[in-house]
Design a protein around this ligand. Structure first.
Ligand code: FAD
Length: 421
C-alpha cells in the first residue's frame, strides 16, 4: 500500500490551506481513534477533516495490536478482509517463562468470535489502510503536518481550531471538534480539562531484536518474569518487538548498570533470545516509555469531545489502549451520526458518548490497577526468580473462569458494535 501522507512540498505550497476551512466534524489527531471515527463519519456522508501533527504515520513508538473487538467492528463495514490481506501475524495468547517453567494463561482460540486472535500489524500500516479507505469518500479530508495549537471559542462554544503547518497558520471551523490527539493531548489542555492521574509502578524500554536464521514464526507473546523485570516479546515477522518492564524511576540505574547487564537480564528471563541480544549494543536503540494512566472526569464541553488516550490514558497492562480508542470512536459514531447529519450536536449527545464509554474505561483501569498492585509490584520488587502462584495456575485451569481474562482483553468490558454499519 502506498502512503497517503501529504508530501512536504504540498504542505509548503499551502495549496489546500485556504482558511478558514469549514467542515461538520474536525478531528485533531490521526491515531487509531481519530482515523476510525473519521472513516465512520465520512462513510455516512458527513464532512470530516482530520488534522495530524506528523507528516506521515510512520512512528515506531506505538502499539501494533488489533484485538478481536476491533476486527469485529471492521468486519461490520467490510474492512476485515482487505485488512487481513496486509502482512500480519496472529497471536493466540502469551507463553511466559518464570523460574524455569512456562505458563500459558490465555488462549484466544476458545473465544466465540470470527477473529479469535490478536492481529499484530504495524500501526503505520493500519493507519495508512484506514486513511486509504476513508479517502474513497469525498467527505473525508486529511491534513498531515497540521499541528493544532489553538481552540476557537465563542460564547462558551468551541467552534474551531487553529493549526500550524510549515506555511503558517490555518483555521478550521466545525460543528464539532474531536480531540483524539493522544496521551499528551493539546486539545485537552487547551480546553482546560484536568485528568486524574495514577502512576503505575513501572516504565518500559521498547526496542527491536533481529530475527535470526532458524527462528520460527511465533503465534504467542513470549517473555516472562525474573530479577525484578518483566519481558514481553512480539513476533513482528521481520523482527522481534520487545517491551522490557522495570520499576518506575529506575531508568538511570538501568543505564548505569550498562547495556551488557540488560542483555544478560533478557537472556536470563527468556533463554531463547540469548543470541539475539548481541544486537543490542547502544541505548539509542531503546525508546523509554514513561508509563502513566489517567482519566478525565469530563470528556466534553459545548462543541468539543475527547476520545481515546486524550480522554483516558491506559496503562499498558493487557495492551488495550488501541482497543479502547477504536471502541470510543465506534460509540461516538453511533451516537453523533444523526446529530451531525442534522447539523445540531447537543451537549447531551456528547455526554451520552462519555456515559457509554466511561464505565468500561473505569472498570478496565480498576482491573489494571489491581494487577499492577497485586502482581506487578511484587514481580518488580523480586530480586531473584519469580514463581507463578499455584492459585493463578489453578484459576487458568477452571473452565468457567479461565476465559474471563481473554474475553476482557479481546472485547473490553462491553462488546461494542456499530449501530448503523
Ligand atoms: C511504546 C508503546 C507501546 C504500546 N503498545 C500497545 C499495544 O501493544 N496495544 C495497545 O492496544 N496499545 C498500546 N499502546 C497504547 C496505544 O498506542 C494508544 O493507547 C493508542 O494509540 C491510543 O490511540 P489514540 O488514537 O487515542 O491516540 P494516539 O495513537 O496517540 O494518536 C494521537 C495522534 O494525535 C496526533 N497529535 C498529537 N498532538 C497533536 C496536535 N496538537 N495536532 C495534531 N495532531 C496531534 C499524534 O501525532 C498522533 O498521531 C502503546 C503505546 C506506546 C507508547
Amino acid at each position: 500500500m502506498t502512503s497517503i501522507a501529504v508530501p512536504e512540498e504540498e504542505v509548503a505550497t499551502g495549496e489546500w490551506m485556504e482558511a478558514p476551512h469549514q467542515t461538520a466534524c474536525c478531528i485533531v489527531g490521526g491515531g487509531p481513534g481519530g482515523m476510525m471515527l473519521a472513516f465512520l463519519l465520512a462513510r455516512h456522508g458527513i464532512p470530516v477533516t482530520v488534522l495530524e501533527a506528523h507528516k506521515d504515520f510512520d512512528r515506531d513508538f506505538r502499539g501494533d495490536t488489533l484485538h478481536p473487538s476491533i476486527l469485529e467492528i471492521l468486519d461490520q463495514i467490510g474492512l476485515s478482509e482487505p485488512l487481513h490481506q496486509l502482512r500480519h501475524n496472529k497471536i493466540y495468547g502469551p507463553t511466559l517463562q518464570a523460574a524455569g517453567t512456562s505458563f500459558s494463561p490465555i488462549d484466544f482460540r476458545r473465544l466465540k468470535t470470527r477473529f479469535p486472535y490478536v492481529m499484530l500489524i504495524p500501526q503505520t500500516k493500519f493507519l495508512e489502510f484506514l486513511a486509504a479507505e476513508a479517502s474513497k469518500y469525498p467527505e473525508f479530508r486529511l491534513r498531515m503536518a497540521a499541528n493544532v495549537q489553538e481552540l476557537i471559542e465563542e460564547n462558551g462554544l468551541v467552534r474551531g481550531v487553529r493549526y500550524q503547518s510549515t506555511k503558517g497558520w490555518h483555521e478550521v471551523r466545525a460543528q464539532l471538534i474531536v480531540g483524539a490527539d493522544g496521551r499528551f493531548s493539546k486539545v485537552r489542555s487547551l480546553a482546560r480539562f484536568e485528568p486524574i492521574k495514577t502512576s503505575p509502578p513501572m516504565d518500559i524500554l521498547w526496542f527491536h531484536l533481529p530475527h535470526l536464521p532458524g527462528d520460527e514464526v511465533s503465534d504467542r507473546i513470549l517473555g516472562g518474569f525474573g530479577g525484578g523485570r518483566v519481558l514481553a516479546v512480539f513476533d513482528r515477522l521481520d523482527y522481534w518487538q520487545v517491551g522490557y518492564v522495570f520499576p518506575k524511576g529506575q531508568y538511570q540505574e538501568l543505564r548505569a548498570a550498562g547495556i551488557a547487564a540488560l542483555r544478560r537480564s533478557i537472556a536470563a528471563i527468556e533463554p531463547r533470545f540469548a543470541n539475539h541480544v548481541a544486537a543490542l549494543t547502544d541505548w539509542q536503540q531503546c525508546a523509554l516509555l514513561s508509563v502513566e494512566s489517567s482519566r478525565c472526569p469530563i470528556w466534553y464541553k459545548p462543541g468539543l469531545l475527547l476520545i481515546g488516550d486524550a480522554a483516558h490514558v491506559m496503562s499498558p497492562v493487557g495492551g488495550v489502549g488501541i482497543n479502547y480508542a477504536v471502541q470510543d470512536a465506534a460509540v461516538a459514531a453511533n451516537v453523533l451520526m444523526e446529530p451531525l447529519t442534522a447539523g445540531h450536536v447537543r451537549v447531551q449527545d456528547l455526554a451520552e458518548v462519555q456515559r457509554q464509554r466511561e464505565w468500561p474505561t473505569r472498570v478496565i483501569q480498576a482491573i489494571q490497577a489491581a494487577v499492577q498492585k497485586r502482581i506487578l509490584t511484587n514481580v518488580l520488587q523480586a530480586r531473584g526468580p519469580v514463581t507463578i502462584p499455584w492459585t493463578l495456575r489453578v484459576f487458568f485451569r477452571i473452565p468457567v473462569l479461565r476465559d474471563l481474562p481473554a474475553r476482557l482483553l479481546a472485547f473490553g468490558v462491553k462488546r461494542v458494535r456499530l449501530e448503523k454499519p
